[in-house]
Design a protein around this ligand. Structure first.
Ligand SMILES: [Zn+2]
Length: 264
């Protein structure tokens, strides 16, 4: 097993190197890549893609590697296929995990890397730490030909405010369904019915796993939580506002819903 052959995820903080050709991630033997002298002892093998290893090397500076360009990790969503983008997320989460789990949270000893799974182990007390994953939900609420979309306070200042589905983190002890009903009630004051699970998406900024649901309006008037939202409205399928970019699960849900409504 050659540790230096595979898909190369060169990262630097929140940036990644992409090349103009092929799958956009450098591929091959380290000897054959036109790279300057780098410290390859720090290469981390974190996954597989098309049967070959995914290798990550974090650089201190976004230096010229003689190929490709550095782009923001999030922006790589528009450039990479969804499988590779998920791998970028995995690399990022793994890097964050290693950086924040150097010592045992139980006895304080230095942790050591487990070689057969993504974990860190304490040789002193046996404690084992895994990358943190925070479950969250996102729900698209419809009412006939209308859909409820909200403008979050953090998107408020943008020139064209983005309107998206309702989302939130799962609290300890909750089921996913409970979270959906609670978030909708807290953020919009509405009650919903006919909750349907659709699919999930890992989102590595920083470490969530989103479960996506469709739901229908049941009762209530919109009363937004001003700490979270700047606005929430019912939008007709023919007059949708500025939406989240393609590739996000929110956009996928809105597109899926509007296609169904338009063709019925
Ligand atoms: Zn320990």
């Amino acid at each position: 097993m050659n540790k230096q052959f595979g898909w190369w995820f060169f990262t630097c903080g929140n940036q990644i190197l992409v090349i103009p050709q092929g799958e956009r991630i450098p591929y091959g033997d380290v000897e054959d890549l036109p790279l300057p002298d780098l410290d390859f002892s720090k290469v981390e093998r974190f996954s597989h893609y098309q049967g070959e290893a995914c290798l990550r090397l974090e650089l201190a500076e976004p230096i010229d590697l003689g190929m490709g360009e550095w782009i923001e990790l999030r922006a790589s969503m528009a450039v990479l296929n969804s499988q590779l983008f998920d791998l970028v997320g995995k690399a990022q989460q793994f890097a964050l995990f290693l950086k924040t789990h150097r010592f045992c949270g139980s006895c304080g000893e230095a942790l050591e890397r487990v070689d057969w799974e993504l974990a860190m182990q304490c040789q002193q007390c046996g404690f084992r730490a895994y990358p943190r994953i925070s479950p969250s939900i996102i729900v698209l609420i419809s009412h006939g030909n209308k859909v409820l979309l909200a403008n979050h306070r953090r998107h408020q200042k943008q020139e064209q405010p983005i309107y998206t589905a309702i989302a939130g983190f799962v609290e300890a002890g909750e089921t996913l369904e409970h979270t959906v009903h609670r978030e909708v009630r807290e953020e919009t004051g509405l009650r919903i019915k006919n909750l349907r699970y659709w699919k999930s998406q890992p989102w590595a900024f920083p470490h969530s796993l989103m479960a996506a649901y469709f739901a229908e309006y049941d009762e209530g008037e919109i009363q937004i939580d001003r700490r979270e939202l700047a606005d929430a409205q019912w939008f007709d399928v023919s007059q949708l506002p500025h939406l989240p970019p393609p590739g996000t699960i929110a956009r996928e849900m809105i597109d899926h819903w509007s296609e169904q409504v338009t063709h019925n």
